[in-house]
Ligand binder design. Structure first.
Ligand code: TNX
Length: 529
């Protein structure tokens, strides 16, 4: 259907609606295109001349009898009600054949889409997202969002119209784990800031949010059996900025908000190094029985839990037990990086015990790749954060079956400056412009760590220099979408020029969403975005 035809169709369908009549004379919101979706889908075939229009008569249908499909449908309707002003009722789909409207169905998707994939078909009268699992419906919805004009992501009513380009997409991820890490220890971020970030990353099919909950400068999660950790250890942040910590209810609110967007939270308690805040909170955790002062600087490698002390393991067990009880996801991250103050033999002994404590509480351990120096449990995931493309210890672990999460600091770190003059961030792993962030193959980057050994990718945002939600935006966008595409899209689609075009198309949407992104000169951003 042409745009004029579509507008006429709306007017004919609901002649009494003044809002729609107005829409027909207001300059159209820019239609998005199949060529603008990030991450690029596995397969996208546009149907020339076909457009679906969301109108005041549109219904959002969900798989009958599926509360989860209904919840995903409500998620879509809630957002679109805000921006379109339409009623957009949610109803059970009348049959497995979609009627007029947008249908979210748990039938009819090809088996190849797996647990997170989907098939999206856009015809003149219907949009159908079909998936095997609700997670696939949610991911498909993010593609649908990107096919709508950017104004669809506004929080206030916009003029429309609301065209969706016609065609068929079949799409599923390359890697199971596509994450971002937020360091809430160096600076503390309130629940609302974390939830805002969750909304932003969901749009790029990120499925994991790793929270770095403890470090030398602050302890950010309430632990009932060790209340001083949050009460005292959480009172500081880098540079004397305000501290803070999450109550268990706060943390659960973040977890639930993420879960509603099919994002798993991975909590990290970094140990045995990066523990000054804990050591300052409890004198008895220190080998000499003396609590150090709270710390607000940015050095690393000076603190260590007391490995020979049995109370250390009571502490670790209590913390992991309480945290695991409020974490529905499969993982607990136990850090293990930069333990420069822990003797090598102690490090191995400690990390072995810590991994077993994690297992005893029903979780799978993730550690920074330094953990491969200990005797790993076969299930433990090593998060690679090095700056070179070969690491013999990590390669040996991979050969033994260890899965590796790829976060090479010189490519995936979201706290590195883009260019020398970037005000925020650090430079120790180099400068990372968006083309560099896109320039590597996670499944073939690290010598001896092939595709089958790679669990996925994660972009860590350390926050020594990051203090506000706007700062988070600036460092994550546009690099996080680049990483998201490396994690989701088949390597055969990898093409900087094409990606740069797709990425530029996100600018107007970020503008509407209020994302304070870095206007990289490597990208042609549409005027006004
Ligand atoms: C290294 S990367 C760290 C963090 C810092 C970061 C700053 C890693 C596992 N440890 O403690 O925040 O550099 O870029």
């Amino acid at each position: 259907m042409t745009r004029l035809g579509a507008v006429l169709a709306i007017v004919l369908a609901i002649p009494s609606s003044p809002v729609v009549l107005t829409a027909s004379v207001v300059p159209a919101a820019t239609a998005a295109s199949f060529a603008a979706v990030v991450p690029v889908p596995v397969s996208a075939v546009p149907a020339a001349g076909v457009t679906y229009q969301i109108t005041s008569a549109t219904t959002v249908y969900a798989e009958p009898g599926s509360a989860t499909a209904q919840a995903v449908a409500t998620f879509l309707a809630t957002q679109l009600r805000r921006s379109t002003g339409y009623a957009l009722p949610v109803a059970d789909a009348p049959s497995s054949t979609p009627g007029d409207g947008i249908s979210l169905l748990l039938s009819g998707a090809p088996a190849t889409v797996g647990p997170e994939g989907y098939q999206l078909t856009v015809a003149a009268n219907t949009v159908a997202i079909r998936a095997l699992q609700p997670a696939g419906l949610f991911r498909g919805l993010q593609t649908l969002r990107q096919l709508l004009p950017p104004e669809a992501d506004a929080t206030t009513v916009q003029a429309g119209p609301w065209p969706v380009p016609g065609g068929t997409i079949v799409d599923y991820p390359r890697f199971a784990y596509r994450g971002m890490m937020l360091d809430v220890a160096r600076h503390f971020f309130p629940v609302a800031t974390v939830q805002r970030l969750i909304d932003q990353i969901a749009l790029y099919k990120i499925n994991t949010l790793h929270l770095h909950l403890s470090d030398d400068q602050g302890w950010r999660i309430a632990i009932d059996s060790w209340p001083n950790l949050a009460a005292y250890g959480g009172s500081t942040a880098v540079g004397g900025d305000p501290g803070g910590s999450y109550t268990k209810a706060d943390y659960q609110a973040i977890v639930a908000y993420a879960a509603a967007r099919y994002i798993t939270v991975v909590p990290e308690i970094d140990m045995p190094g990066h523990t000054n805040a804990a050591l300052a909170s409890y004198a008895q955790l220190n080998c000499n029985g003396v609590a150090p002062k709270l710390y607000t600087g940015t050095s690393v490698g000076f603190s260590s839990l007391c490995v020979p002390l049995e109370l250390t393991y009571t502490f670790v067990d209590d913390v992991i037990r309480e945290l695991s009880a409020i974490t529905p996801g499969p993982y607990a991250h136990i850090g293990g990086d930069e333990a420069a103050s822990t003797p090598a033999a102690d490090y191995t002994y400690f990390m072995n015990r810590a991994q077993n404590i994690v297992a005893a509480h029903g979780k799978t351990a993730i550690g920074w790749h330094d953990i491969v120096k200990s005797d790993e449990l076969p299930s433990t995931v090593a998060q690679f954060w090095g700056t070179t493309s070969s690491d013999s210890n990590v390669a040996a672990a991979a050969a033994n079956g260890t899965k590796v999460l790829m976060s090479p600091a010189n490519l995936a770190y979201l706290d590195m400056k883009y260019v020398r003059k970037t005000k925020l961030g650090q430079t120790w792993a180099g400068l990372i412009e968006v083309d560099k962030a896109y320039s590597w193959n996670p499944g073939a980057y690290l010598t001896g760590v092939g595709e089958a050994s790679v669990l996925g990718v994660e972009g860590p945002l350390w926050t020594e220099t990051i203090r506000t939600a706007a700062d988070i935006d600036y460092m994550a966008f546009p690099r996080l979408p680049a990483l998201a595409e490396l994690g989701w899209s088949p390597w055969s689609t990898h093409n900087w020029t094409a990606f740069a075009g797709r990425l530029g198309a996100q600018g107007p949407r970020w503008k509407v969403m209020g994302v304070n992104y870095y206007h990289s000169p490597k990208i042609t951003w549409p005027t006004g975005s």
